[in-house]
Design a binder for this molecule. Sequence first.
Ligand SMILES: Cc1cc2nc3c(=O)[nH]c(=O)nc-3n(C[C@H](O)[C@H](O)[C@H](O)COP(=O)(O)OP(=O)(O)OC[C@H]3O[C@@H](n4cnc5c(N)ncnc54)[C@H](O)[C@@H]3O)c2cc1C
Length: 500
Amino acid sequence: MMKTDVIIIGGGSTGCGIARDLAIRGISHCLIEKGDFASGATGACHGLLHSGGRYVVNDPEAAAECISENMILRKIGQKCVEQTGGLFVRLPGDSKNFRDRFLKSCETIGIETDVLSPSRALDLVPNINPSIEEAIKVPDCSIDPFRLCMLNITTSKKRGGRILIHHRVTEIVKEHGKCVGVKVREGLTGREMELRGRIVINATGAWGDKTAAMAGGSVPMTLSKGSLIVTNHRLTNMVINRLRPSSDGDIIVPNEAVCLAGTTSMPVDDPDNIDVESHEVDLVAAEAEKMIPSFNSTRLIRTYAGVRPLLSSETGDDRSISRGFRIIDHQNGMFSIMGGKLTTYRLMAEKMCDKVVEVFGLKKRCRTAEIPLEGQEQLSGYPLSKRLKELKDIVCECELVTRDAVERAVNDVGPRYIGDIQHRTRLGMGPCQGGFCTYRALGIMQESGRMKPDESKRILKEFLQRRFKGIRPALWGDQLREEQLVESIYLGILGMEEKG
Ligand SMILES: Cc1cc2nc3c(=O)[nH]c(=O)nc-3n(C[C@H](O)[C@H](O)[C@H](O)COP(=O)(O)OP(=O)(O)OC[C@H]3O[C@@H](n4cnc5c(N)ncnc54)[C@H](O)[C@@H]3O)c2cc1C
């Protein structure tokens, strides 16, 4: 039976951040994730490294955390943060009073702003609606949540952390009322094992209450689904926010070759059972179009949704719930860490690990804000166009992913799921959504010699089903035409048609 000091359940940004922090403080740990890293809210988010502007009027505490973490992350994570800058745009009819409160709060909290006339804003973002009243520039950035998780895990692995992905925690083992370990099940084989630890950390986001219940506890949470849409190219090089109280469809974030627009906010009960509904796509596209009119004529290539793990509130309004975080000591050897943002993941991890050292009676201070994320030297930086010069043997043209990068990912995680390769390389995340590169990646997986016979059909089927779930709500016009071509490649040429 494996023994460690700290068991972390959940491989989103919070869990990965905790693993890195513990590794740097020299504390042994094991992280267990039921899917791949970032398969919960982390991988389904907007990818906005908040300046804090979005929360500055109604949630100043969260806004202050955001700006301070934003400054740290752009320093330690240069290869996963694109320093785009952001604009808050005020459209005709948007409240002037809100704008004044926004500027005042930014000044109080220390978020740098620059008020721009419409013509100066148009110089920065030529696609922006020319009838805006004004724009306020803030230090927003775009962040790659997959890279962020992988880089945090690199440090954990290098310093002896044990990482189990595609393993689900099915039970929390208790002895004399205290949590002493977990039972886990491997996803593909169903193989079970038990691990023992001195502290169990529940970093399972929207699944937090379910996980706490395994140890007889509970976590008061409100689950809020947010849906997003992806365009087939970049319409802006800066983050665009609507200057008004938080509402549906008020943010557009450039992300590598594409743009992400969102989100909605709808209460849900079960984080495993969420779909993007077509009225959400219409709503987000209509709101985005008000800020960038050409959004209307741009092809949408995919939709996706995630569930925000928000701390429960009395108000019943998801958007008014604080984006701050909380650590709950269940008084039985288990801690839950809930709420927060991707932007504040490092701070959340710091506070959680401070508790761990306190329990263990150690004096090891947090150093994660000072040390750059390890493993960045292997990654290419921003902007995308810079990479063209360096590349050979491109497997995914949309995201400029090379054969070498795919081979490294296959060696790292094994040829089990296309999603694992996508998260590590960005293969298939661009305009064709894997239509023209997945079969090439599958060939590389086959060549690795580590794929079991008959595995390729299962891997491809699982990928195609997941891909179609995301594409379906945005299927019309050119996207529908392209999808028919991709369908004929996979169902026709590659013979994936179900018989009977
Ligand atoms: C639509 C949307 C947009 C957002 N946009 C932004 C943004 O732009 N910027 C920002 O800063 N924040 C954003 N957020 C918030 C941010 O994504 C989350 O606060 C953050 O990612 C939460 O990370 P986490 O690790 O706590 O949870 P998660 O990322 O959900 O991770 C929890 C993990 O636990 C795993 N897990 C669950 N149960 C088990 C089990 N039994 N065994 C093993 N593993 C298990 C899950 O598979 C999951 O990977 C957004 C959220 C949503 C939903």
